[in-house]
Design a protein around this ligand. Structure first.
Ligand code: GLY
Ligand code: MN
Ligand code: MN
Length: 440
């Protein structure tokens, strides 16, 4: 199984600490267990920031980083070993495991945090935390601060500055290391296999969820614990619903099916969309729309390289899609004017992509100082143009209505341009038709 090596977590913590102001402390909580209903829990997914800095997979844990501390810079609060609970719920690292297997300099039981953490914060000038994203944790933090304040008359020194950790941490997360790219390649490889499997299984009369099952099978078989986000399996007019997740309609002969799905490996997402004909053969209209989307995606790839800015790929897709829609008679007028007036948004209403990483819509700023961010080596992003012709659009000929096409791939910026992570699934009309013909 490909995963992030232990040394990389150490490197990340060191890199973060090197950017923190002198005499400061950073505190991050693990994700809470989410209840699905009554006593049924959702599959546990660690908080991405917490995972990024620790690789520690358990809930009820808190990372504390104290650059320059003599007795250890990295302290982890976590659950203690407990034979009874481990019999029911599975093994825990415990405080010893936190040190031995996860590189903590020191570890304490999470049940002791109220007694210990105020003492660690005391005397530090600044506290870094993800303020505002976890109300309960923010409240705890203020309680710990108040413990120190209440002892001020005894000489205790509460911190004076509270700093959002996001800026430092999320900028680090935006640049993927070689190890991260390796994990993302693996997630992409499995997701490609899943899309291929779904294409091959596609038949009129099946349900959207039948294809979702093919995806899930391939994800799990590949070692992914879960999809990186709710899979979208949208056939016919459902393909025009951008975040459709009902996935329960019957696949009809003559319709397209749009699948937007990707798995997660070691908390790294992949995010692929392919659109294909249920019966394996594109109609003339479907093909015409498909070719425009594909050409726009190719134009976007050419705009992804160091020194090009974030919006250039999007602008390329808008240009090609608008021109394509004019050529097909779906938009009327001058291409430049239709772009300026945003007339294309009736058919292409989302952006060409987003950062990709531990979160499918990953962290990182898109603008810096009011300007679009310039791309740099190691940034990972999706490229996902689409055309969606509403089934209710009375201003286009009937034959076009209800066609929705999106094509989405994942890339990492390289010195030369970008590396395609998701090349393992057919994309041209000819390739898709050939693959599907082979499975009929
Ligand atoms: N799957 C969500 C997206 O493509 O952004
Ligand atoms: Mn996406
Ligand atoms: Mn997607």
């Amino acid at each position: 199984m490909i995963h992030i090596p232990k040394a990389e977590y150490t490197r990340r913590r060191k890199a973060l600490m090197a950017q923190m102001e002198p005499n400061s402390i950073a505190i991050l909580p693990a994700a809470a267990v989410a209840i699905r209903n009554r006593d049924v829990e959702h599959v546990y997914r660690q908080d991405s920031d917490f995972q990024y800095l620790s690789g520690f997979p358990e809930p009820e844990a808190v990372i504390v980083l104290m650059p320059g501390r003599q007795h250890g810079e990295y302290v982890l609060f976590c659950r203690e070993r407990n034979a009874e609970r481990e019999l029911w719920d599975g093994l825990r690292a415990g405080t010893e495991g936190a040190i031995r297997s996860f590189g903590a300099d020191d570890a304490f039981p999470i049940t002791d945090i109220d007694d210990i953490l105020p003492g660690l914060i005391e005397g530090r000038d600044r506290v870094y935390s993800a303020m505002g994203s976890n109300a309960e944790f923010d409240r705890h933090l203020m309680e710990w601060i108040n413990v120190i304040r209440s002892k001020a008359h005894l000489g205790a020194q509460p911190p004076n500055e509270f700093v959002a950790l996001d800026h430092l941490l999320h900028d680090m997360r935006l640049y993927k290391s070689a190890a991260e790219v390796k994990v993302m390649r693996e997630a992409a490889r499995i997701s490609c296999a899943a899309h291929v499997r779904a294409m091959q299984a596609s038949r009129a009369g099946l349900h959207e969820f039948s294809l979702e099952a093919e995806l899930d099978y391939e994800f799990r078989k590949g070692g992914a614990k879960m999809p990186a986000y709710g899979s979208i399996v949208a056939s016919g007019r459902n393909s025009c619903i951008l975040h459709y997740q009902q996935n329960d309609a019957v696949l009809k002969d003559g319709d397209l099916v749009l699948i937007d799905a990707g798995c997660e490996i070691d908390c790294y997402a992949s995010d692929i969309t392919r659109t294909w004909p249920v019966n394996g053969k594109f109609s003339a209209e479907q093909k015409a729309i498909y070719e425009v989307v594909l050409a726009s995606q190719e134009a976007a790839f050419a705009q992804i390289a160091p020194n090009k800015h974030w919006n250039q790929a999007h602008e390329a897709t808008v240009q090609v899609i608008t021109a394509g829609l004019v050529k097909l008679g779906l938009l009327k007028g001058d291409v430049g004017e239709l772009i300026t007036s945003e007339a294309y948004k009736t058919f292409y209403m989302h952006r060409a992509g987003h950062w990709l990483g531990m979160d499918v819509h990953d962290v990182g700023e898109y603008k810096v100082g009011g300007e679009w961010r310039v791309l740099e080596v190691g940034m990972a992003l999706t490229v996902e143009p689409g055309i969606y012709i509403s089934p209710d659009n009375q201003s286009v000929a009937k034959k076009w209505r209800g066609i929705g096409v999106r094509i989405e791939d994942d890339v990492v910026v390289t010195k030369q341009g970008c590396e395609m992570l998701t090349g393992g699934v057919p994309k041209s009309v000819a390739e898709i038709e050939a693959l599907m013909a082979g499975s009929r």
